[in-house]
Design a protein. Structure first.
Length: 343
């Protein structure tokens, strides 16, 4: 999920777990301190974003949600946090106490909330890292309008010191509802349409579109490329139009700007990150590699602009790298609403 959602979720749990414990230490400031403390813990796993600055963007997406999201690392961090909390708040340097374990459990619960939220997203995570297996339900987009709105309300309640947690409850229900909609209604419709239209495919990837769980995209791996289709749960007609697009690997060999061997190496690394859902495109003489999983900028049939295009370029160190050029197109909200309600 987005950083804001993780912060507010952590802050909410921070108030539940730490406000009473912090009152004897910081007095009337315990609410604000617990909000800040919980929020920081809530976003801590996303510390791997620093790889964008320290190393390369390609290295960042290769390792995103791996070591920093590992449940094993979180256990260690939680215990250390318990010891430090006990030391600074109660001047006790003991390693094994009931209070240490209580605080450690609270810290771990906040970190685990981060894992749970990311588990439902379309990117997923490696919560058993160093075991290199990605877990994801792909039932909610990384940024969702209704989740973000609920988190804004939750943050307002926290600042007003109101013990009201129905926004958090709504988010839980909403995310679970997304999974149910996908498994019981959306995936069966896509599979039935592919069968009825006689489309032979090797793989099917279904996920929600930007900001909602009502409009879904399906990417289909074909022999020569891909096909994409959209389905809204509000559609009366179940018929889906699938349109084809291709990997365009020829653009690598036709490119005169970069070394082909370096391009192929970059392609292989990116291919591993996106589970073979990739394609190349060219615009204004610039070469892009696209994450096909997130479909296109608009939801119109035949759209060619991808939602997740990465510009291929040489960084300051002279190494071939990528950077995300994610720009919203004019009128995208209107197009999204129109496609959801099919009018």
């Amino acid at each position: 999920m987005d950083v804001f959602t993780h912060f507010v979720t952590g802050a909410t749990l921070g108030v539940v777990f730490f406000e009473e414990k912090l009152t004897p230490v910081v007095g009337s400031k315990s609410l604000w301190v617990s909000i800040l403390l919980g929020g920081i813990i809530g976003i801590f796993p996303d510390i791997d974003v620093l790889n964008k600055k320290i190393k390369t963007y390609l290295h960042y997406i290769e390792n995103h949600r791996k070591w920093s999201h590992s449940i094993f690392l979180h256990i260690i961090i939680s215990y250390v946090a318990g010891v430090l909390f006990n030391f600074f708040c109660y001047q006790k340097a003991t390693l094994f106490t009931t209070n240490n374990l209580k605080v450690a459990s609270c810290v771990f619960a906040i970190l685990f909330s981060h894992i749970i939220l990311d588990f439902f997203t379309s990117w997923g995570l490696y919560y058993l890292y160093p075991i290199k297996k990605r877990f994801a339900t792909s039932s909610v987009y990384v940024i969702d309008f209704f989740v973000s709105l609920a988190m804004v309300l939750q943050l307002i309640f926290l600042f007003l010191d109101k013990v009201l947690y129905f926004p958090i409850i709504f988010v839980v229900i909403y995310i679970v509802m997304g999974l149910i909609i996908k498994k019981l209604f959306v995936v069966p419709v896509f599979k039935k349409q592919l069968l009825q239209q006689g489309i032979k495919y090797y793989d099917l990837d279904v996920r929600p579109t930007f900001l909602n769980i009502f409009l879904w995209s399906a990417n289909i791996r074909l022999k020569e490329g891909y096909a994409t289709g959209y389905y809204s749960i509000f559609q009366k007609e179940k018929e889906i139009v699938f349109f084809e697009h291709y990997k365009n690997l020829n653009l690598l060999f036709e490119n005169e700007t970069y070394n082909i061997a370096e391009l192929l190496m970059l392609k292989n690394r990116f291919q591993a990150v996106v589970d073979n859902w990739y394609s190349f495109s060219e615009k204004n003489g610039k070469l892009y590699v696209n994450d096909v999983r997130y479909a296109f900028k608009t939801f119109e049939i035949g759209e060619t602009r991808f939602a997740q295009p990465y510009l291929i370029y040489k960084n300051k160190k002279g190494k071939l790298d990528i950077k995300l050029e994610q720009k919203l197109v004019k009128g995208w909200i209107k197009k999204l609403i129109k496609r959801i309600f099919v009018f």
